[in-house]
Design a protein around this ligand. Structure first.
Ligand code: SF4
Length: 220
């Protein structure tokens, strides 16, 4: 059972959506290995993640803002938050903006992180956040992201899924899927390719090992 004090990194959502084994290796087994894609991402965020803010009459820009949610047990950093103020200096609107390397992806890996930031900001600021933006470095423009409806549901389900994997304390078995695994930074630590090339008997061997080492049931 995970601790009540435990907070999940928002970045975990992109890992669990990409591959549940990748999520478990990083967030449960504490394994990490850089590849070109992760190194580029780290470099971009090193440049962006310098906490500071700019204030104008009706707008505030907060860079590298630390965010959290007690309700969802989430923690992370919002690259940029643009806040619009009313004439009485109340928050009228807030838009989280995430900076990403490359261009728009086919899956929602970037969008669920943005939505998780919005969930945190809603709790902190006491407002509703309907829209966010992602700036893709290769496209040189911001894309509007609707944070209502299905994406919100998907984000909350992914948070639940992360907590459930952590609670079970068992990493899912590797499955070699070339489109995912060949660009995964953990391929050398995961052994998915080696296991796939040796056939199903190796997966059976791992399953049997897990069963063999499971605590024995009490015989009544
Ligand atoms: S190599 Fe494949 S199965 Fe292993 S963690 Fe990466 S994506 Fe998942």
């Amino acid at each position: 059972m995970i601790d009540e004090q435990f907070y999940l990194m928002i970045s975990a959502l992109q890992h669990v959506l990409y591959c549940e084994r990748q999520f478990a290796l990083i967030h449960m087994e504490q394994l990490w290995e850089e590849n070109l894609f992760t190194a580029e991402g780290q470099l971009l965020h090193t440049r962006v993640n310098n906490p500071h803010h700019k204030k104008r009459k009706t707008h505030i820009e907060e860079y590298a803002l630390y965010v959290y949610s007690k309700q969802y047990h989430l923690i992370g950093i919002c690259d940029l938050l643009e806040i619009e103020l009313s004439s009485s200096h109340q928050i009228k609107n807030a838009v989280p903006i995430e900076f990403k390397r490359g261009k728009k992806k086919h899956s929602n890996v970037d969008i669920v992180q943005l939505c998780a930031q919005a969930l945190c900001l809603e709790e902190i600021l006491g407002i509703t956040i309907k829209k966010g933006q992602i700036y893709y470095l290769q496209e040189h423009r911001r894309t509007d992201i609707d944070l209502n409806g299905k994406i919100r549901e998907q984000t909350i389900k992914l948070i639940d899924r992360c907590m459930s994997i952590l609670n079970n304390n068992t990493s899912p078995l590797p499955e070699y899927i070339p489109q995912k695994c060949d660009t995964c930074s953990l391929i050398n630590l995961c052994f998915s390719k080696q296991l796939a090339s040796k056939g199903p008997s190796v997966s059976c061997y791992i399953s049997n090992q897990i069963k063999d080492h499971a605590p024995e049931k009490e015989i009544l």
